[in-house]
Ligand binder design. Structure first.
Ligand SMILES: NC(=O)c1ccc[n+]([C@@H]2O[C@H](COP(=O)([O-])OP(=O)(O)OC[C@H]3O[C@@H](n4cnc5c(N)ncnc54)[C@H](OP(=O)(O)O)[C@@H]3O)[C@@H](O)[C@H]2O)c1
Length: 287
């Protein structure tokens, strides 16, 4: 039986993974930052030895995009150096590592979906630090012992996100504004979590993109939220991305390709519209 260890288990994806594994009655140890600080290499090695998982899924990260610009060295410790220590601990204990990364490793200048092996060029400190993490796990990936799973634009019943924010605006009867010149793949965190579990079970190594199919702007996504709430999507007005400070640090187009799933014998995640509709009753939008 597979034994799972989740690091960064208190975050959005970590909690979704716990939900998925609980539903499947899988043997799971879930460690939040308070249980295990990933930057403490000795504690990481001890945790891997103590729990002896078959699979370790690393959901821990410095995810605050803006503060990473100011405090890149600190973000780098978690998103970069700690991943190297984690990969070494996993390699030494023959533990399969699934390390979660981001679409922000790309620069957004493409006009067709980024393949898993497309050249990377992060624009932001967050993206740069996450890329260092990918590279720190690359040796174990090459040795067949790890997978890097990039995800993006997550929404969930846990935490706060764009979908919840738009639902609140609609419920308050307001008009929304949403960016219509930035493209990505809104992804239900539960879909990403299920995909990670399925991938780990195959034992496949490599780089994978756990994002929904299709492509959307924030305005498309907000419009769909309004529609699913029975409201007029026309209440969402378009807005250019450069209205936000630091817009040049955000890639404009991070639609990701999904070819690698077939190599692992898995289907990619469903289209973002179908996913949002399926997710809607589970998002506790009244909470
Ligand atoms: N959410 C998205 O849309 C999105 C998009 C692209 C990629 N991703 C990637 O998906 C992964 C999961 O993200 P998420 O959305 O679940 O982020 P999240 O909700 O911010 O969760 C990250 C977790 O990591 C923990 N953490 C931070 N520093 C740590 C440390 N030194 N040791 C142990 N734990 C630490 C945080 O704990 P504290 O809260 O206590 O600090 C938090 O619980 C990350 O790799 C992220 O880069 C997410």
């Amino acid at each position: 039986m597979t034994r799972w260890l989740i690091t960064g288990a208190g975050g959005v994806l970590g909690r979704e993974l716990q939900d998925v594994l609980r539903d499947r009655r899988a043997e799971t140890v879930a460690l939040t930052r308070r249980d295990l600080d990933l930057t403490d290499g000795r504690a990481v090695r001890a945790a891997v030895r103590r729990h002896q998982p078959s699979v370790l899924v690393n959901c821990a990260a410095w995810t605050d995009f803006h503060s990473a610009e100011e405090r890149e060295a600190e973000a780098l410790r978690i998103n970069g150096a700690a991943v190297g220590a984690l990969a070494r601990a996993c390699a030494d204990a023959s533990v399969r590592l699934v390390h979660v990364s981001t679409d922000y490793v790309f620069d957004g200048t493409a006009r067709r979906p980024y393949a898993e092996d497309a050249p990377v060029r992060p624009l932001s400190a967050y993206g740069r630090t996450k890329l260092v993490g990918e590279r720190a796990a690359a040796g174990l990936v090459a040795a067949g012992g790890a997978a890097i799973v990039r995800t993006a634009w997550l929404y969930s019943r846990h935490g706060t996100d764009f979908v919840r924010a738009m639902a609140r605006v609609e419920r308050a009867g307001g008009r929304a504004e949403a960016v219509d010149d930035e493209w990505g793949q809104p992804t239900w965190a539960a879909d990403a979590a299920r995909q990670i579990v399925a991938l780990a079970r195959t034992g496949a190594a490599g780089v994978f993109h756990a994002t929904s199919g299709g492509a959307a702007s924030r305005r498309d996504l907000a419009g769909e939220v309004f529609r699913l709430l029975g409201a007029d999507p026309g209440r969402v007005a378009p807005m250019p991305a450069d209205r936000f400070p630091g817009a040049h640090l955000r890639p404009r187009y991070t639609v990701l390709g999904h070819a690698a799933w077939a190599r692992a014998g898995l289907a990619p995640i469903q289209h973002w519209r179908a996913a949002l509709e399926a997710a809607f009753p589970h998002l506790d939008l009244d909470a």
